[in-house]
Design a protein around this ligand. Structure first.
Ligand code: GLA
Ligand code: ZN
Length: 685
């Protein structure tokens, strides 16, 4: 069994901030007892604890932390050790103002908040390196320490002079000459040609925002700088003990930096999931649940192995518009869903509510009531007890035959473009729309960055890959040539890596040839407008018509068969222009969808396609609305099948074969009953 950390079990843990309670030893003693009752086997300590670890410059106080780690360990609780760099201490911020971030409008922060240091500042880098060296020397070989949690939710950008200079160096390295840079950025536009490197500044609302190549390179630079900061954090840790893995906790669809680049420096991926539950009166959580599972699939796909759920709330947040607690029994369901999509842990923000400051009303395992007979404590403890019985799941793989390509650089570029739809181009929505039917029907999907190898999948879905690298295009064509099935959509292959439009036939770099079509024009729609696609040749059962929203691309068929056409009630628009096409390419097939279709199209089309390709879902049955399934294979061959009911009604699933409830041992022959918000972990007999 290959587990993510040296601790060979699923993790059940939480962010723990003993530094807030150092003058309350009775609370700290109680914490350990209560953690054991809650089946907590690890805690993340050190997050934001800099002021306690180094109260004055050079005065390192690590004994309290050693004390806590030792006591926890003596009680069977392991440590996820965080570096404290996510919040700089007040003394440091005042002594070294240059570590404070400068915003895009060139104003330096005052001290306050968190996650707001400069990534370039040599002073901050040195302070972090010194702190991490101390932590690593003291705890790097401690048997309790199973994982390094680097900083916290690393994010943001800094526009200070140090960062500007580093940006120019990064550009010099990338382009060599100003001529090359001017050409790549198309700066002859509006007389924005640079004649000295020193003239280049990061994008700013008070300055330059119109050079898309600059905007894109700035984001790439911010990622590179953040990654080098991250490497600076890791180096002293790995120098002491390279065997303890490092992670960074991601924030879901946060798009400030390129997480796929950061992943290259991580041993383990972890993320913090805070879906907005219970927004609907009818209690149907289906549409709240799926995006979190999509992001879990992204995390799992980043390194091709399970990930950790570093944070979720045991009850409620304090920062949603309305902070509803998870309803009764719902925590178990949300936890099982995370396991189903590849999590090897359920961890919480937070163990104990703070008494003061801005997170005092955020949910926690221990609330201000400070007692264990609360509903939330009991539910957390129940999940902990469940995880203890699931050892065989740790490290289990997901066997996805379907890949969706998702490129954050393309996302940046298509959302930065002026036009064709400035009220939301909807690239992420399209990706999620294409993911949704697979999720609903129990098909495993890997969501890959185009750099990753997709040659082994049976179906390749490529929603709106606006920015296209020639190498990606070549690998897509090769994939199809060798027999793969590709689904391409509108607004793909439009710009190159500098955000310069491709000339000639698009989608560029041979994708038009792959699809057997040629782009003519794109017609964006206002929110309430729609067009109609009529199916004229159904390769598998489809409805007669589907509604199209947002973006309608007109294409000419150049070799492709036309499966669907635009139908207008507009005498000025010709009917019958291709909207959905199919083309044979080598031994494979490419489908092209010109219009941003409604959910039912994707559901009919993509599921039929998966079936046609012989791809098997987790459970070969028709699942009732709101019930979803997913599976993972353990090293010993056990296939775990997870079935989740996201509705408040009892549901029943027809089983294709008898299955056993892994937790209770009960055998279900033909029907699986699911309680409201119920979830079951099954294995095949
Ligand atoms: C983030 C942070 C935590 C905490 C939670 C609250 O995920 O990492 O420190 O602020 O949000 O939901
Ligand atoms: Zn800076």
């Amino acid at each position: 069994m290959q587990t993510l950390t040296p601790y060979p079990h699923l993790l059940h843990g939480c962010d723990y901030n003993p530094e807030q309670w150092l003058d309350s030893p009775e609370i700290l003693a109680q914490d350990i007892e209560y953690m054991k009752q809650a089946h907590i086997n690890c805690v993340s300590v050190g997050i934001f604890a800099w002021a306690a670890l180094e109260p004055h410059e050079g005065d390192y106080q690590l004994d309290w932390l050693a004390n806590i780690i030792n006591k926890l360990y003596a009680n069977g609780i392991y440590t996820v050790l965080a570096t404290p760099s996510g919040a700089k201490p007040v003394w440091m911020s005042h002594k070294y103002p240059e570590i404070r971030r400068v915003s895009a409008d060139r104003i330096r922060d005052l001290q306050g908040g968190r996650h707001n240091h400069c990534y370039t500042s040599p002073v901050y880098r040195e302070k972090v390196r010194a702190m991490n060296t101390k932590l690593a020397e003291r705890f790097g070989t401690h048997p309790a320490v199973i994982l390094w949690h680097i900083s916290n939710e690393i994010q943001g950008e800094c526009h200070c002079e140090l960062c500007q200079a580093a940006f120019r160096d990064w550009l010099k390295e990338r382009y060599g000459t100003l001529d090359a840079l001017n050409a790549a950025w198309w700066t002859a536009f509006w007389s924005h040609t640079y004649t000295e490197w020193e003239q280049i500044e990061s994008p700013s609302p008070r300055g330059e925002t119109n050079i898309h190549g600059l905007n894109l390179d700035w984001k790439r630079f911010c990622t590179a700088q953040t990654r080098s900061f991250f490497e600076n954090e890791i180096a002293p840790i790995k120098a002491v003990n390279p065997r303890i893995p490092v992670t960074m906790n991601l924030m879901g669809f946060y798009d400030g930096i390129n997480y796929w680049e950061m992943a290259k420096s991580c041993d383990v991926i972890s993320w913090d999931a805070y879906p907005t539950w219970h927004t609907n009166q009818d209690g149907d959580e289906t549409y709240n649940a799926f995006w979190a599972d999509a992001y879990s699939d992204i995390c799992r796909s980043m390194l091709g192995k399970p990930f950790l759920l570093m944070e979720n709330t045991p009850s409620q947040t304090n920062w949603h518009d309305v902070c509803r607690p998870k309803s009764w029994g719902f925590h178990r369901l949300s936890a099982i869903s995370m396991l189903a999509h590849g999590a090897d842990s359920i961890q919480y923000f937070q163990w104990r509510q703070s008494r003061g400051c801005s997170e005092k009303f955020h949910g926690a395992v221990m609330t201000h009531a400070n007692r264990t007979d609360t509903r939330v404590f009991q539910e957390v403890s129940g999940v902990g007890a469940m995880l203890e019985k699931l050892d065989a799941l740790a490290g289990a793989k997901t066997d996805a035959k379907i890949a969706i390509l998702y490129d954050i650089e393309s996302h940046w570029a298509v959302n930065d473009a002026k036009g064709p739809r400035n009220i939301g181009i909807g690239d992420n929505d399209l990706m999620l729309r294409m993911y949704l039917p697979f999720w609903k029907n129990g098909y495993a999907v890997d969501i890959l960055n185009p750099e990753q190898d997709f040659s082994g999948y049976h179906l390749l879905v490529i929603p709106m890959l606006y920015l296209l690298h020639p190498d990606t295009a070549k690998r897509i064509r090769d994939y199809a040539k060798q027999g793969g099935t590709v689904v391409l959509t509108m607004h793909t292959g439009v710009v190159d890596a500098h955000d310069l439009c491709y000339m000639g036939t698009t989608p560029a770099e041979g994708l038009a040839e792959l699809a057997g079509i040629r782009f003519l024009e794109i017609d964006p729609l206002y929110d309430k407008q729609y067009e109609t696609m009529r199916i004229v040749k159904a390769p598998f059962p489809l409805a007669e018509t589907y509604r199209l929203e947002r973006l309608c691309e007109r294409v000419a068929a150049e070799g492709a068969e036309v499966l669907g056409v635009y139908e207008h009630d507009n005498p000025c628009m010709p009917d019958g222009m291709p909207c959905l096409t199919r083309n044979s390419f080598g031994r494979g097939t490419a489908y092209y969808l010109g219009g941003f279709a409604e959910d039912s199209f994707f559901s009919d089309f993509l599921i039929s396609l998966a079936e046609k390709l012989g791809i098997e879902p987790a459970l070969d049955t028709t699942l009732p609305h709101g019930v979803v399934a997913a599976s993972r294979q353990a090293a010993d061959g056990t296939v775990f099948c997870f079935v989740m009911n996201w509705t408040r009604e009892a549901r029943s699933v027809n089983l294709p074969y008898p299955m056993k409830d892994y937790e209770t041992g009960k055998i279900y022959q033909a029907k699986l009953p699911l309680a409201p918000y119920g979830a079951k972990i099954l294995v095949r007999l």
